[in-house]
Design a protein around this ligand. Structure first.
Ligand SMILES: Cc1cc2nc3c(=O)[nH]c(=O)nc-3n(C[C@H](O)[C@H](O)[C@H](O)COP(=O)(O)O)c2cc1C
Length: 163
């Protein structure tokens, strides 16, 4: 197998593209598209999302120390593009898209009702990594569409066409 040096970029690909929703200390809700997201602990269950300080969402997560990861599927392509290119600094993106939300059960952040899986997380740590800040979130509650669960409550990921 012939190999040569590739450009040095974040090269673990593909990663799922998710929508992270959050709320600031004033009660204002927002959401952004995030590609830098992965599992980071089995016990306790933890995930991490990496968000640049320039994003409007960044200060919101800093303030309320929680977020929700909403798993996006093929049907959310347009929403993903919108939330990933417009900023909550300039407009109420959730209202603009008419996205239905409900309050998190365990966190002070909105859950995007139209997404099949929503993972409520409390920030337990964060680390600034170059251009981004990684927020480590302990999973406190997972909402999943009924038809995506087996008898033990495990999510049937092969039924989801993740972005
Ligand atoms: C496919 C895609 C993936 C993205 N991944 C990330 C990411 O992992 N971290 C991040 O900080 N921004 C990421 N962005 C950019 C933000 O979603 C974008 O800057 C957004 O407008 C920020 O919204 P806000 O200012 O309302 O927080 C991504 C955008 C797209 C389109």
């Amino acid at each position: 197998m012939q190999k040569k040096a590739a450009a040095i970029t974040p090269a673990v690909q593909p990663t799922p593209i998710v929508i992270v929703s959050c709320r600031d200390s004033q009660g204002r809700d927002n959401a952004l598209t995030v590609a830098y997201c992965c599992n980071c602990s089995f016990d306790p269950p933890m995930v991490m999302v990496s968000i640049a300080p320039s994003r409007f969402s960044h200060h919101m997560i800093k303030e309320t120390k929680c977020f929700v990861i909403n798993l996006a599927t093929k049907e959310h392509e347009g929403v993903m593009q919108y939330l990933g290119t417009k900023s909550g600094r300039d407009e109420d993106k959730l209202a603009k898209l008419g996205l239905k939300t409900e309050d998190g059960r365990t966190v002070n952040a909105p859950v995007l009702s139209g997404f099949p899986v929503n993972i409520e997380c409390k920030v337990v740590d964060s680390i600034v990594t170059g251009s981004h800040e990684v927020f480590v979130g302990e999973i406190k509650y997972i909402h999943a569409r009924e038809d995506l669960l087996d008898d033990e409550g495990n999510i049937l990921f092969d039924k989801l066409e993740l972005l």
